[in-house]
Structures are given as structure tokens and as C-alpha cells.
Design a protein around this ligand. Sequence first.
Ligand code: AN0
Ligand code: CP
Length: 316
Amino acid sequence: MRNFISVHDVTDINELVRLALELKKNPYQHKDLGRNKTLGLIFLNPSLRTRLSTQKAALNLGMNVMVMNMDKEGWALETEDGVVMNHTTVEHIREAAAVMGQYCDIIGIRAFPKLVDRDEDYDEDFFYKFMKHAGVPIISLESATLHPLQSLADVITIEETKTRARPKVVLTWAPHIKALPQAVANSFAEWMNRWDVEFVITHPEGYELAPQFRGNAKIEYDQDIALKGADYIYVKNWSSYEDYGRVLTMDSYWMIDNEKLALTNNAKVMHCLPVRRGIELADEILDGPNSLVIQEAANRVWSAQAVLKKILETNF
Ligand code: AN0
Ligand code: CP
């Protein structure tokens, strides 16, 4: 594995999940693999889980880790080529990424979409420029359109809790007061489409995910019908892709509570976190026996450790 940007960087999902679960059982079995190798974690946006779980994963492999909160501590970056930089940007991504590539053997980077220009976000312009100029393996810590470390943790969580060989997994849109990226939902859909589950997506009209990520997943606009017989409910808000970056509704009908849970096959409930209680998910779900959110967040360590192990083995 050279980079980890999407599910397409993975040759065998099940093999990667098996590796992650092995690492979970025995976290320090490769504690010398990353010796004298440095991971740089570059954040252009806030993070709790990604920041800590990826650091922990790297430390378990014996790596050195450096974290840079680029949005607060770095220079304002220019990404356009050929511009005269006489405005607010101080440093070009050409130099910034190239310099970070001198200090780091692997770089993880988080860069959310601006949610203004759909083409700009969906071209992953920032990510690809960074990758090109850094010249070292790149791990996505959530890009404009995808969040693969989260999706791998989600697959790990389903794998270790499923009671049926081919569970029914429902990705449901949930209300939120802010316009959020589509990245987590896009990525989850992409991974579910490549894995062996019965996968259904439910959301209000106007929230259709981009065709390249929703693939052939079944879309059911009636949430109550979608939830019937579900073994897993994956809850996430996202803003509209069609009416790009807009919040079209905040209808509380879409929040998962115990009444909704009663429609399912006693489904386990997942959410990548952070979650807004009482808006996206009811307290009774988050505090109840069906919630997997803490286990899911814990699995972010094994997701990151499996990916780092693969990259270290392939490139050094
Ligand atoms: C981000 C998102 O929806 O993409 C990060 C989730 C991991 N969430 C928020 O900004 C609340
Ligand atoms: N789920 C997730 O990526 O959380 P953070 O944004 O806190 O890293």
C-alpha cells in the first residue's frame, strides 16, 4: 500500500480487517516496525478521535509522531498555481508540502471541503496537490469527499459484532443544525458497496450522495421502511450534494430514537462521532444497550494501525 485515500487503495478488505483484529489482540507485536520513522499529522480542521487514535496507532508501531494544527499554527496556504501572492496567503502548498515531506516519512492530512464549489471539493484539488508535492505516502485523515480510516473502523466494528453472515446495514441521514461534509457517508457507502452486506441508504429527497460513491446501493426514501429488519443503523448527517452544501431540512422525524429502533431487527446503532445529542441521535439510544459508538471509536486505533503497518511494510 502506497497511500490510503479511499477503499481503492485496499486490495482485500477482509484481510485488512483480520490484520486490524489481530493488532487489537496484540497491539505491540510490531513495536519495532516503525522505529526511526516519523509520521506527520497535519490538521486543517478540528479532530478528537482521528488525532488521538492515529497517534496511538503510530506509537504502538514504534514510530515518532509530530502533529501540526495547520489551521491555527501554520501559515495560510496558497493552492493556486501562478498567482501573485499579494493577498492573505503566506506560503504556497508547493513549498509547504515539500518541506513537510522532508521531515516526515508518512503524512496524514485532514482537509474538509469548503462546501461552496462542488467541483473544487470533489476534484480533491488540495489533497492531490499535497500528495504530489510532499512526495511521501499520504493517509487521509478525512478529505473533502472521503474518510477511509473511519470506514475501515466501521467495517471492523460490524465484523466483530455481527450475528449473521450478511447483515442488513442501513445508512440513514440525520438532522443537524450545520452544513456538514458528505465525506463520512460517501466513504461508508463506498466500503459497504465493496463488502458483503445488504446495504440500504435512506434520506430525505435532495440528499442523494454522489453517484460514484452511492454506486448501486438501494435508496429508500421512507426511513421506516428502510429500517425494517435492519441489523445495523449507521447514523450521519450530511449537507446536500445536489444543492451543494445546503441544509434542505432539519426534520426531527429523521432522528433515531427507541421508537425507530423498534422497527429494526434489534439493530446496533453506529455513528462516527462527534454527535449532537437530541438532534442526530436520542440520548436513549446513545446511553442504551444498542449503541456501538464507543467501540467504533476505539476501533479507530486498529484501523489506523493496520493501515500504517501496510504502508511501512510496502515502502520502507
Ligand atoms: C465532520 C463531518 O461530518 O465530516 C467530521 C466527522 C468525523 N463532523 C463535523 O464537522 C461535526
Ligand atoms: N470520527 C472522527 O473522525 O472524529 P474526529 O473528527 O474527532 O477525528
